[in-house]
Design a binder for this molecule. Structure first.
Ligand code: GTP
Ligand code: MG
Length: 246
């Protein structure tokens, strides 16, 4: 059965539609839980350290069309049960951070939370993909409390810097939105762009650390990064909290 036929079958079958709705509710709830946890951490950082590790958060629920397409590409049965058993990215959260240190700090804080279970971690920052792609990927299982029982729902969390996000978004567009098959030369140029933006991330991180050091912030013990709660000016405190309320 091709994707279009499968989609026709789903849209015409009331029972499958109901199952899809139930599944969407579950995965959407898991996304909202992860987003709330992240917002709480980001706000806490702005209060304690006058710094926001998160630049912004994107999230998405995989559409029925993409779920069916992926199951077919992988040669798996096209059913709700199969999607739940085999796909770990039905719920996706992307955290875009300012600095590389923020990525590892956030990942550690998430994984340490008692109700979250780390299922998979792929570090494409320390081990970039051959094309130059960089990000930290986690699959977390999140408990969703329903009226009759609790479900542990997988959420794919991608954590990256603004520079990594910039590169990945454009590379994705160039790869999927263009009919042109990329030549080796074009792939090489894209990879060099990834390396240049990675070097930029390292330099920006170093500048940030140096600025904090010169400002006399004390070391909070995290990988050379600093925090200075005793020096948080009131205006910064308010602007951080207000930014999150928007
Ligand atoms: P999928 O079957 O596609 O989920 O791959 P996987 O299970 O091997 O997971 P992987 O961690 O490699 O990638 C999952 C997601 O990361 C993709 O759906 C993309 O959002 C992102 N990603 C991975 N590789 C690349 C890449 O080379 N370029 C871009 N732009 N995004 C990537
Ligand atoms: Mg995926």
């Amino acid at each position: 059965m091709n994707t279009e036929t499968a989609i026709m079958k789903i849209t015409g079958d009331a029972e499958i539609q109901r199952q899809f709705l139930e599944m969407s509710h579950l995965y959407d709830a898991a996304i909202r839980e992860v987003r709330t946890k992240l917002e709480i951490l980001d706000r806490e950082f702005s209060i304690l350290y006058a710094s926001n590790p998160i630049h912004h958060i994107d999230s998405r629920l995989k559409s029925p069309r993409s779920i069916i397409g992926k199951l077919e590409r992988k040669g798996l049965p096209v059913t709700i049960e199969s999607a739940e058993a085999n796909l770990q990215d039905i719920a996706g959260v992307r955290i875009v951070c300012n600095y590389i240190d923020d990525i590892y700090r956030l990942a550690e804080l998430l994984v340490r939370q008692q109700d979250l279970e780390l299922v998979v971690q792929k570090d494409y920052i320390r081990n970039p993909k051959p094309n130059g792609y960089r990000s930290l990927h986690l699959v977390l299982r999140v408990p969703v409390y329903l009226s009759s029982h609790t479900e542990l729902v997988p959420v794919e969390v991608q954590i990256r810097t603004i520079a990594m996000d910039f590169w990945a978004s454009l590379e994705h567009q160039l790869r999927y939105k263009s009919d042109v098959e990329a030549t080796a030369a074009l792939k090489g140029r894209l990879k060099r762009c990834a390396e240049q933006s990675a070097a930029l991330d390292v330099e920006m991180q170093s500048i940030y650390r140096e600025v904090r050091r010169l400002a006399g912030c004390r070391d909070d013990g995290y990988d050379g990064d600093d925090s200075c709660p005793e020096r948080v000016p009131q205006a910064d405190y308010r602007s951080g909290a207000e930014a999150l309320r928007q």
